[in-house]
Design a protein around this ligand. Structure first.
Ligand SMILES: Nc1ncnc2c1ncn2[C@@H]1O[C@H](COP(=O)(O)OP(=O)(O)O)[C@@H](O)[C@H]1O
Ligand code: SF4
Ligand SMILES: [Mg+2]
Length: 339
């Protein structure tokens, strides 16, 4: 189904260029309790899609929200580095972050109603973004908004600009949110399961659009998804999270060609093959430990078929075992694994 998604030629991909968003040691949590997300590193590069995968509860959404500095009240972040084009985002005040959000960095949420204002028409919302961030007058903003609605393939775009969110279907609202996210041509797009609630045809259209705009705008994309078939098709880099930590991180071909972490192997084993669609990772026995239950050793130890004594005692630091291929496992490299 995703076969038509086009990749940029390798030499045009930014895999070796400087990241537009550089994250080091990102740790998220509440005061006086163990971290929910622990020492995560990410590099979002121009024109590249980084896919973040892992079971529910592994900390993907909080990671995404923290990059936008939109964590829920009571949850804070620490990081050794959180830089957008060299600008330190860690200590920016709300006013400055508001300038960046929606302009240089935009986010698409799983549920569009959380992002849309119910008492403004969607046209007012998209033109407001252009007026605030790009200083456009109303007439120019109207033209740009209509153009963007057409790009996200909203039928009868002119009429729909006058609609309120509740007057639109779920798929239409999702396109509106994507249009608002993309209209200011952000350098970074963060999309948290942007299509999970939509039917397959609309999912495909929206992902094609994000993919096309990534190429056209050189946008860096962080895509959180459960759909491993899609990841295999669209990702440049894949980051696998488990219980708040990165367990494996590699370019797409390396990850799918030579997955190494036992958790990644279990994810792939749970991947359905026949219809190519992702599903919840039901075939991995056991559950992700909550952040209150985590012990000092490897967090996957209770579910790992290869666990041994040292796994219970000490956390295996993330190591780069081949260029760009990082893994956090005492057995790495797992020479004897069978896929
Ligand atoms: N608002 C919140 N308050 C307290 N804990 C939260 C909140 N949101 C998430 N968490 C905790 O963080 C963990 C990771 O959540 P989340 O980032 O939503 O995971 P994912 O997106 O991978 O499913 C959850 O299992 C939960 O324990
Ligand atoms: S460190 Fe041990 S328990 Fe953890 S994934 Fe590797 S082999 Fe399994
Ligand atoms: Mg989530």
């Amino acid at each position: 189904m995703w076969g038509a998604l086009k990749h940029m030629p390798d030499e045009r991909k930014g895999i070796n260029v400087a990241s537009v968003l550089a994250v080091r040691g990102l740790t998220i949590g509440m005061p006086d309790s163990p971290p929910i997300v622990d020492k995560v590193d990410l590099d979002l590069r121009p024109g590249c899609i980084t896919c973040l995968v892992g079971e529910s509860g592994s900390g993907k959404s909080l990671t995404a929200l923290s990059l936008m500095r939109l964590l829920p009240p009571g949850i804070g972040l620490q990081a050794d580095m959180l830089e957008l084009d060299g600008e330190d985002l860690r200590e920016l005040d709300d006013a400055r972050m508001n300038v960046i959000r929606g302009d240089r960095m935009a986010m698409v949420f799983q549920e569009p109603m959380t992002a849309l204002n119910p008492v403004m028409t969607v046209g007012e919302q998209i033109t407001e973004a252009l007026r605030v961030h790009k200083g456009m007058d109303q007439a120019s903003a109207d033209i740009a908004a209509l153009d963007m609605f057409r790009q996200v393939q909203i039928p009868a775009a002119e009429t729909r600009l006058n609609a309120y969110p509740h007057q639109l279907s779920g798929g239409m609202r999702q396109r509106v949110m994507i249009a608002i996210a993309l209209v200011c041509r952000p350098s970074v797009l963060i999309a948290d399961e942007p299509t999970t609630a939509l039917d397959v045809t609309i999912q495909s259209q929206i992902l094609r659009l994000i993919d096309a705009l990534r190429v056209e705008l050189g946008m860096a994309v962080l895509l959180i998804t459960h759909n491993l078939s899609l990841v295999a098709e669209i990702a440049d880099e894949v980051v696998v999270m488990y219980a708040g930590r990165i367990v494996e991180r590699a370019p797409r071909d390396a990850l799918f060609g030579d997955p190494m972490h036992p958790y990644t192997l279990a994810l792939f084993a749970a991947m359905p093959r026949a219809d190519g669609r992702g599903h919840p990772l039901a075939t991995i026995g056991g559950q992700v430990p909550s952040h209150g239950e985590r012990l000092s050793g490897c967090r996957f130890a209770a579910r790992c078929p290869f666990a041994e004594a040292r796994c219970m005692e000490t956390y295996p630091t993330l190591r780069e075992i081949r260029q760009g291929h990082w893994i956090s496992c005492w057995r790495a490299p797992l020479e004897d694994h069978v896929s």
